[in-house]
Ligand binder design. Structure first.
Ligand code: GCB
Length: 598
């Protein structure tokens, strides 16, 4: 059989991606509850736009790249780098907002951290990364441990063999170069913050350990779940759910399922109850807090625990209040959620990529239902198999990490994607994968396409057939029409399904005032909100709203000096934390809404 050159190249790239993605071991569930050492703090860095630390002058990978962490031994030594005398960056954080010289930088930065640890026999050690944007290669004591692609999901490597008692050196090559075939692709409306943006941990487990588990509500409204070891061993896992019971689960071939025949109290907006759960195996004890709910759709309704709900939401980027840059602390998550609460929300859309585990855990504890999404955004390369594998891998990593988070109600597979065959197939495959991995949650996507039929905006995107909930991004009064014209917009749908208005909004510079027809003023933004709210009231299949967006966020698509200065100004709150007038208009709308529709 003769294969065309193009086919061969495609096969090779798929194979390479499969190998690459196979390298990170199964994700360790709930790392912060395991024995661990934090590697957060100051790391030495070398900025490497020419990839000198990786390739030689003929673009061949070096054996003695920066990862071996050499330094000149004498003043006339020809080693041309030295982490010890290099700059520093704090981890976790982005590099763009820590160092003026790196504000626009896209490329490779090498990070190095020396740390001292103990090493016990009969234990395993794992290097865990909360997130690195976007491509990373990890080395321990000069040896390559593995690599990862994708800027917002967690991963870990088994480093037991390479770890030493005493001093160790971890080096990470971080590359945030945008890529046409990447997920996301080359253009996005957010800043391409590079760096080790979430915490790094050295995690200790027994040699045979409980790698992953799931605890959820079963169809008969009792509790079911499964446990998974890191290999195909046998053993007994003890599971205890406070107030429900305790049991020993016999594991054979590394996996077992279990059931508790008791109906738990359900998690809800008003009472977001989480049960303390303890899992013990082989000397390791893991503590979790897990809630139970069920969520379905019936006709045009979204049912939470069997009752029709209206989702009063807000979209949120992982952009830090006040300090700007990536959110890196629990306090910053707290501020964002405090604002959402003050707005009257029971729902948040975490756009446009998976946010930190801290954010998700905090949100569910406060009774927010969560929409979580992967950065399949605009026109990624729908025809490329390795782009698909990358998207599916990010989806799987998102679900793997957060499957026990009761607050997650919806998985979103895409945002504003063009209606073409290749995209339909791509997204249908992703939807199928999502259902396979998690049949308990709703699947949605934010669409921006509709036709005007009989004077009505009509949702006819073929993807509507496959999702449970249709998200619509519509910017009446901003990207089209005057604010006043929005009130008269009418909506229809070819699908008997609930819709969430997943984006609606307008830009305003906080503190800029004028007439309501003057763009960029708070009055203009308020008018857009007021008239759109009137429009929303007339959509009989509307079951939720998540306007764009809680806080102004940095985007290179927004250079206009007078008002933007690199910020998308559609926030209801400025990046300095000052509320704009429109905040209170949305707040009034939410306060006037009953939670239950019937
Ligand atoms: C959208 C995108 C969002 C943008 C927003 C805007 O439709 O989904 O990522 O930031 O519009 O401000 O244009």
């Amino acid at each position: 059989m003769r294969l065309k050159k193009k086919t061969v190249a495609l096969l090779i790239s798929v194979l390479m991606l499969a190998v690459r993605m196979g390298e990170a071991q199964g994700l360790l569930q709930n790392v912060s509850s395991r024995v661990h050492q934090s590697l957060d703090g100051t790391w030495q860095i070398i900025v490497d736009p020419m990839e000198t630390g990786y390739y030689n002058h003929s673009w061949k990978p070096k054996k003695n790249g920066y990862f071996i962490d050499e330094k000149p031994k004498t003043v006339s030594d020809r080693v041309e780098y030295d982490f010890d005398t290099s700059d520093e960056l704090y981890v976790p954080s982005d590099w763009n907002t820590q160092n003026d010289k790196l504000y626009y930088y896209e490329g490779t930065v090498w990070y190095r951290k020396k740390f001292i640890t103990k090493k016990e026999d009969k234990k395993k050690y794992h290097l865990y990364f909360g997130a690195i944007n976007y491509r990373s290669i990890v080395y321990l004591n000069g040896e390559r441990v593995g690599e990862h692609v994708g800027g917002f999901t967690s991963f870990n490597f088994d480093v037991t063999d390479l770890l030493k008692a005493g001093q160790n050196t971890v080096v990470v090559k971080v590359d945030n170069t945008r890529d046409k075939d990447g997920v996301p692709t080359i253009n996005t409306d957010w800043w391409n913050y590079g760096g080790i943006t979430r915490s790094v941990l050295l995690v200790e487990t027994p040699q045979i350990f409980l790698e992953d588990y799931s605890v959820s509500l079963s169809k008969d409204k009792t509790i079911e779940g499964w446990v998974k070891l890191n290999d195909s061993s046998a053993g007994k896992v003890e599971i205890s759910i406070e107030g429900i019971g305790k049991q020993q689960v016999k594991v054979k071939d590394g996996k077992a399922s279990f059931k508790f025949d008791k109906a738990p109290k359900l998690w809800s907006f008003a009472d977001p109850y989480l049960y303390p759960v303890t899992l013990s195996f082989n000397g390791e004890t893991i503590q979790d807090e897990i809630g139970f709910k069920y969520i379905d759709v019936k006709g045009k309704d979204i049912l939470l625990n069997g009752e029709s709900v209206f989702l009063k939401g807000i979209s949120i980027h992982e952009e830090a209040p006040i300090s700007t840059g990536r959110v890196t602390t629990a306090e910053e998550c707290q501020i964002l959620l405090d604002w959402a609460q003050e707005l009257g929300c029971n729902f948040i859309r975490l756009a446009h990529y998976p946010h930190s585990e801290t954010m998700v855990r905090m949100a569910e504890k406060r009774g927010f239902l969560i929409w979580s999404e992967i950065p399949v955004y605009w026109t990624i390369n729908y025809e490329n198999e390795s782009t698909y594998q990358n998207a599916e891998n990010q989806l799987a990593e998102m679900i793997d990490r957060d499957k026990n988070r009761v607050g997650i109600g919806l998985w979103s597979v895409a945002n504003e994607t063009p209606v073409i065959d290749a995209r339909n197939q791509f997204l249908n495959k992703l939807i199928k994968k999502t259902r396979e991995m998690d049949p308990t949650r709703l699947i949605c996507a934010a669409l921006d396409t509709h036709i005007t039929k009989n004077g009505k905006k009509t949702i006819d995107d073929p993807l509507g057939e496959y999702v449970d909930v249709i998200g619509i991004n519509s910017y009446c009064g901003w990207y089209g029409g005057t604010p006043e014209s929005c009130e008269a917009w009418e909506w229809a749908s070819q699908f008997e399904k609930p819709m969430i208005m997943s984006e609606v909004g307008a830009g305003a510079l906080q503190g800029l005032h004028g007439e309501q027809n003057e763009r960029w003023t708070e009055e203009y933004q308020s008018a857009v909100y007021r008239y759109n709210i009137e429009m929303l009231k007339n959509i009989d299949f509307l079951r939720g709203v998540s306007p764009w967006i809680l806080m102004d966020f940095r985007s290179p698509r927004r250079p206009l000096k007078r008002v933007q200065n690199d910020f998308n100004r559609k926030g209801l709150i400025s990046e300095q934390g000052i509320k704009k007038e429109a905040f209170f208009i949305l707040q009034d709308y939410y306060n006037s809404q009953p939670i239950q529709l019937n």
